[in-house]
Ligand binder design. Structure first.
Ligand code: PEP
Ligand code: MN
Length: 370
């Protein structure tokens, strides 16, 4: 059970003390407090854990600090959608809104190659009105002898160039807690010119100690990729690990599933799950068409497979797109064969716009029949 407190209820206030006293008298119930400090107000939620089935909801709702009671009916206590649950389905980070109702594109380099490539990429993004990108510094690779990313060495110039070109959020994969600290230090050293969304890759979806560590910090939002060989439920529980530790600024990423039945794509595209994740949870949903498809193959209609599956995700209501681009794909250090070129960026943007408009039309149509 979740108690949503009246906005701006202070933990030291008489109302709050009355609530605590009430809770302390309930047998076999523990509680945990979660606070979000927004620009306008302080929001407090109290999670009651234990034997909550027989609790007197009316009595609790009548306590002066309590605005609403949400009964947790399903799984995913913090991130899930429950009956009568009006908790937010969006968050803001560094001036960018991430919600189940909007769409952000993160086009960029799978792996940082050279400062010149980073700059060319970011300049193109700015020219096309983009404020987010992806930049890989730490690359978990299948082959231990393959390029592993430039690591912390590249962070200062990546962040400075982001500031120069108005990039507000960079999605960056981390595989170890030390990477979070390196990112934090480099941001401070460069004067916080940009923000970072920590990406947890598909190989680490169930790295629970990493999830707990990343969940305990609240400076950076998180993009959690679905595990490529586990059930959706297992991946959503992994996201709940982040939230249970305190960080609920989580975007859930679909990136295709590992099965040979997906051939000839690199992974079996799972973007039909966009609306499913939005129904089960309050997380915005990201799609990664590049790692799903894994090639620049083109259909007879002239469209690249990457563009086709992007449109399929967007028309189903996706909220974020993570896409590999490179100014010179032949010189990319990782995943060049699936990267789109900068000449294709305006085409990609227009194609996404068409799919998004179609999605919004479909939503309007549905509302007429509800
Ligand atoms: C990536 O986005 O660069 C990546 C490695 O993705 P995934 O974890 O989905 O394989
Ligand atoms: Mn990649």
């Amino acid at each position: 059970m979740i108690l949503i407190l009246a906005p701006d209820t202070k933990t030291g206030s008489a109302e709050f003390r009355q609530l605590e006293e009430f809770l302390s008298r309930l047998p076999n119930i523990r509680h945990r407090i979660h606070q979000e400090t927004g620009e306008q107000q302080l929001l407090t939620e109290v999670y009651l854990i234990g034997d909550t089935a027989s609790l007197p909801v009316d009595e609790i709702e009548n306590l002066p600090a309590v605005e609403r009671v949400v009964r947790i009916s399903e799984e995913y206590r913090v991130l899930g959608r429950h009956r009568d649950d009006q908790r937010a389905t969006h968050f803001e980070y560094n001036g960018v809104r991430f919600g189940q109702d909007n769409l952000n594109l993160f086009a960029g380099l799978c792996a940082v190659s050279t400062p010149a490539h980073v700059e060319t990429m970011m300049r193109a993004l700015q020219e096309h009105g983009q404020v987010c990108t992806r930049m890989g510094a730490y690359k978990p690779r299948t082959n231990p002898y393959a390029f592993q990313g430039h690591g912390k060495e590249c962070l200062p110039y990546v962040f400075e160039l982001a500031g120069k070109y108005g990039i507000r959020v960079i999605a960056m994969e981390i595989t170890h807690e030390q990477h979070v600290e390196e990112i934090r230090a480099a941001l401070e050293q460069t004067g916080n010119p940009t923000g970072v969304m920590l990406q947890i890759g598909t190989r680490n979806t169930q790295n629970f100690e990493l999830l707990k560590y990343v969940g305990r910090q609240r400076d950076f939002p998180v993009l959690l990729k679905r595990g490529f060989g586990i059930t959706l439920e297992e991946s959503l529980n992994a996201a709940e690990y982040l939230a249970s530790e305190g960080n609920r600024n989580v975007v859930f990423g679909l990136r295709g599933m590992k099965t040979n039945m997906g051939d000839p794509h690199r992974n079996f595209v799972d973007f039909a799950h966009v609306p499913v994740v939005k129904r089960l949870t309050r997380m915005p949903v990201c799609i990664d068409p590049s790692h799903s498809v894994g090639s620049r193959d083109r259909a007879p209609d002239g469209l690249l497979d990457v563009m086709h599956v992007t449109a399929q995700g967007v028309i189903a209501g996706a909220n974020m797109i993570l896409a590999d681009f490179h100014p010179e794909p032949a010189k990319a250090l990782v995943d060049g064969p699936q990267a789109l070129t900068l000449q294709e960026l305006p085409w990609f943007l227009d194609d996404i716009r068409i799919a998004r408009e179609a999605y919004e039309e479909r939503q309007k149509l549905a509302s007429r029949f509800l």
